[in-house]
Ligand binder design. Sequence first.
Ligand code: ADE
Ligand code: ZN
Length: 338
Amino acid sequence: MSTDLAEFIRGIPKAELHIHIEGSLEPELIFAMAERNGVKLAYPSVEALRAAYAFTSLQSFLDIYYAGASVLITEQDFHDMAWAYFERAHADHVIHAELFFDPQTHTERGIDIGVVIRGLKRACDAAQEIFGIRARLILCFLRHLSEDDAIATLEAAKPYLDDLIGVGLDSSEVGHPPEKFARVFAMARELGLHVVAHAGEEGPPEYVWSALDVLQVERIDHGVRSIQDERLMQRLIASGMALTVCPLSNLKLCVFKTLAEHNLKHMLERGVRVTINSDDPAYFGGYINQNYLETAAALGLDRDQVIVLARNSLEAAFTTTSERRADLDTLAAYCTKA
Ligand code: ADE
Ligand code: ZN
């Protein structure tokens, strides 16, 4: 890739729509928090922990990811984790970020949901104030737990509804289809929350269908397996449904053997509204710009395709009409200048 294109990619204004904030916890921060909170870790050092990041599947990653999140105890911890992410996002020219968080990972350990949300919200407000990043929170339900547990989580979050833009669905996909969460998603929609779900990461195209038809999601997280179902592809294209694709995640979790085999460019050229995101950047080898850069290099994306990816992210964001217009103007100004 030319250095000009790499520079262009680094500076292009973009939205990040698929980032699990617990997946931004770098090993150094995990160790610092473990020490200050007196939490015992299964690894003796930062290096040993990082060396364990050799995943063979989504589940092999999730086991380590949930263990890493166990160091988060105080409101300040949640703030500090999100703040470290915003510093990276700012450097990567993210102008709008929607952060997934997994409250059940913390409430299961006795942490109050208010501690989680207040800490994250304080960091979001500071990101707006200091970096001009518009930041929003999406509460994710863990799909390996029951729907009743998800409903209890939504109930517990009710005092903080104004701090949330939506709900999502994550964790172990296969064996936990979207329709398992039909009631809680209906309740969330009723509350005026946006709805998204992970589907078609490791799971089959049928899970993407039920995320669309049963959960009535507004974006699909991952969705790369949709390519196995031509009728589904037609549906995604015709409806302009956005997919929040995470190429380095897909590589690290063995969804694709190499980045060169990733189907993002194919989807883009067929007219699917794909976006590039980082998923769990501390675990998968790079933040959003690294995802753009490595994908563009491996697939030979050109400048126009990079612009479409960034525009897709700004258009698929949960923003108001005037926010979206302002973001697209920012993008257009950058493209004429750069
Ligand atoms: N939680 C954190 N990262 C995830 C991913 N890639 N898929 C499902 N659940 C997750
Ligand atoms: Zn994800």
